[in-house]
Design a protein around this ligand. Structure first.
Ligand code: PHE
Length: 340
């Protein structure tokens, strides 16, 4: 019997030590130590033992059970540990690896330039005015003194949405809308930024672009005021070394009319490819408000005078950022936009 118990201890320990998972361990435990297991089977033979032998064998059986339980426990612990470590290994993360870089947005170069333009005029005491992009022929042409047969009124040049209704071709209609709202108050000093539309499409023209209109009305406003204002604007926008010049021009809604050039932003005036070797770049149209336009807005041209100007935001952005294709500003290509 003693022999049987010792063999049982040996066999069971070996079986337990070679078990690789908890199910196997449990099977072995049931086989050797369970109610109907091998140990129980051996102990059933105790009845045949002598009274002296019985306690000794009983004790030996207890020792065998305890030893096996020890082996079982340490084996269980080891297997559980191995499972845990395998899981940790799988879940391991390397916190020293570089993180995922998020794309961060930034402001569009046109928005940046337009705000810069607005800030200069706000600083000079102008207010911001807005008008509709879908405009009446009356405000876009008629009230601005365009003659009936003016080429800009042609369907070829403008986007008409209905008879007498079109996408505004410039921000000048806001001049008359503003005067209708403010007359007879003085002074009037506003800029009107916004989208305009023309049937144009090439590297330097887009069917939609942005303008900033300016309008000043008061008693005794002069062409000198106009020149001084736009000169200060040019110096603030393009740097203090910037020079300006005014060339006579024509617009139906201003008289006299002019176009303003600035010294070339690339060569400073020496002449280069950007300024077609003239040293100058045209940036805006301007002039003294035509008496008929003042009248259309409800102001008396005998009592007040005013000036107006209009310039393209894209053109100024192209000059400031040295772009040779306006379409870059509308493509929304991140390789371009990310540079600002
Ligand atoms: N509206 C003119 C244009 O789009 C610019 C302009 C505005 C000229 C105001 C004179 C006065 O070309």
């Amino acid at each position: 019997m003693e022999e049987k118990l010792k063999n049982l201890l040996l066999d069971a320990s070996q079986a337990l030590s070679s078990a690789t998972d908890l199910d196997q361990l449990n099977d072995i435990r049931v086989r050797y130590l369970g109610k109907k297991g091998i140990l129980t089977g051996v102990l059933r033979g105790m009845g045949a033992l002598s009274a002296e032998e019985r306690p000794r064998i009983g004790q030996l059986a207890n020792e065998v059970r305890e030893k096996l339980e020890d082996v079982l426990n340490s084996r269980t612990y080891k297997i559980k540990n191995r499972v845990k470590e395998a899981r940790l290994e799988q879940e391991k993360i390397d916190v020293t690896l570089p993180g995922t870089a998020f794309m961060t947005g930034s402001r569009h170069p046109l928005a940046v330039i337009q705000e810069e333009m607005e800030d200069i005029f706000l600083w000079m005491g102008y207010a911001i005015e807005v008008g509709p992009e879908i405009e009446l022929d009356y405000y876009n042409f008629e009230a601005l003194n365009f003659p009936a047969e003016h080429p800009a009124r042609d369907m070829q040049d403008s986007f008409f949405t209905a008879p007498g209704v079109l996408l505004r071709t410039h921000t000048s209609p806001v001049q008359v809308r503003t005067m209708e709202r403010t007359n007879p108050a003085l002074p009037v000093r506003i800029i009107a930024p916004g989208r305009v539309y023309r049937r144009d499409d090439d590297a330097t023209h887009s069917p939609m672009f942005n303008q900033v209109e300016g309008l000043v009305i008061d008693k005794r406003v002069t062409f000198g005021d106009l020149k001084g204002t736009l000169r200060v604007f040019a110096e603030k926008m393009f740097g203090p070394e910037t020079r300006t010049r005014f060339r006579p021009s024509f617009f139906p809604f201003t008289e006299p009319s002019a176009e303003m050039d600035i010294s070339c932003t690339t060569c400073g005036g020496k002449g280069c490819r950007v300024c077609s070797h003239t040293g100058w770049l045209e940036i805006l149209g301007c002039g003294m408000i035509h008496p008929r336009v003042l009248e259309a807005g409800g102001y008396n041209p005998e009592e007040v005078t005013g000036f107006a100007f209009g310039m393209g935001v894209e053109r100024i952005a192209m000059l400031k950022y040295s772009l040779d294709d306006m379409r870059l500003l509308f493509d929304n290509d991140l390789r371009f936009l990310a540079q600002f």
